[in-house]
Design a protein around this ligand. Structure first.
Ligand code: RRO
Length: 318
């Protein structure tokens, strides 16, 4: 255990982290779905100061998403069923991506699909767009709980996960991160399969499936019925997921996400085994939450005599 030291050590802290072949200037990223498709958050903080922005998942074609209401606040966190609304990849390459890259941040693109063919088409569209180097990785969303029906949760099955990632890797040459689901007891197995199939890292985890009933109407409250729970209740779920996958696959880089609302919560996910973390739901109430959490992470490291943020990864493993 290192001794605490004063804030005068700030300049000496190495904030960089490496996730597979991607090195980022900070361990704190904005999570997919909570930072829009473009530079919406740039008016609240300097997007280049954090590690990267992961954009909301895209498909080749525009998609209108699910009927309202799409979000609902519960005492445990937020329930959403946005339903993958997006402008389509070509439109995003023209409006959204250029503004985001102009902010100076690094961009992680994200794709979704209902079939292996959809994922292959989306990754081919991005590959053919010859994206600038600022797009550092592709997060493959295998775990959206709000696709119509539940048969499409690729991340619940190692074979389906493998099929998608192999199809993506056949056309997309930059790093691939696989975003996985907490809604399966096969998470660790699926993470291992993702690593073998070509993912350089896994993003752990997407939202937990939930539902709210409107007691006056006696009907599910969200337009789509079911939704995904995010926010405070997710944090221990994410910590457990990261811990288990790091223990099973120590060489597979992990990006932790789930209920990160403070620097200490970020530290917890790093200690569990993540190389970096994403901030999601906290952004809705506090658009510059990622910047604050990044500062708090820095302060925590300085106060605890940490020389490099990357040192923390996995230190909480027994
Ligand atoms: O758009 C959504 O409804 C959504 C997505 Br793509 C996801 O990955 N996770 C989530 O909770 N909602």
């Amino acid at each position: 255990m290192k001794r605490r030291r004063s804030r005068s050590g700030a300049a000496g802290l190495d904030r960089r982290v490496t996730i597979g072949s991607v090195t980022l200037p900070s361990a704190v990223l904005c999570a997919s779905g909570t930072a829009g498709h473009g530079d919406e958050l740039a008016r609240y903080f300097d997007l280049s100061s954090i590690g990267a922005v992961v954009v909301k998942s895209l498909s080749v074609d525009p998609w209108k998403g699910n009927p309202a209401p799409r979000v609902h606040q519960t005492p445990a966190g937020m329930l959403n069923s946005v339903g993958l609304q997006g402008p389509g990849i070509a439109a995003w390459c023209e409006h959204g991506l250029p503004e985001l890259l102009a902010s100076g941040t690094r961009v992680v693109a994200s794709i979704w699909g209902r079939s292996v063919e959809d994922f292959a088409a989306a990754s081919a569209a991005l590959a053919n767009a010859e994206l600038p180097d600022g797009v550092v990785a592709l997060e493959v969303n295998l775990s959206c709980p709000n696709l119509d029906g539940h048969s499409h949760l690729f991340a619940h099955d190692p074979v389906a996960t493998t099929d998608v990632l192999q199809a993506v890797a056949a056309v997309w040459e930059r790093p691939i991160w696989a975003k996985l689901s907490p809604n399966t007891e096969r998470l660790v197995e699926v993470a291992g399969a993702a690593g073998v199939a070509g993912a350089e890292a896994v993003t752990l985890v997407n939202t937990v499936m939930g539902m709210v009933i409107d007691t006056e109407d006696r009907r599910p409250l969200l337009g789509a019925g079911r939704g995904g729970l995010s926010g405070p209740a997710m944090h221990p779920v994410a910590v457990r997921a990261v811990y288990d996958c790091r223990a099973a696959w120590p060489d597979l880089p992990i990006v932790g996400v789930g209920g990160v609302a403070s620097g200490v919560a970020a530290v917890e996910l790093l200690l569990a085994g993540a190389q970096a973390v994403q901030v999601g739901t906290a952004t809705f109430a506090e658009p510059d939450a990622a910047a604050r959490i990044d500062r708090e992470l820095t302060d925590w490291c300085i106060e605890h005599g940490v020389d490099a943020v990357s040192e923390l990864s996995g230190q909480g493993q027994r």
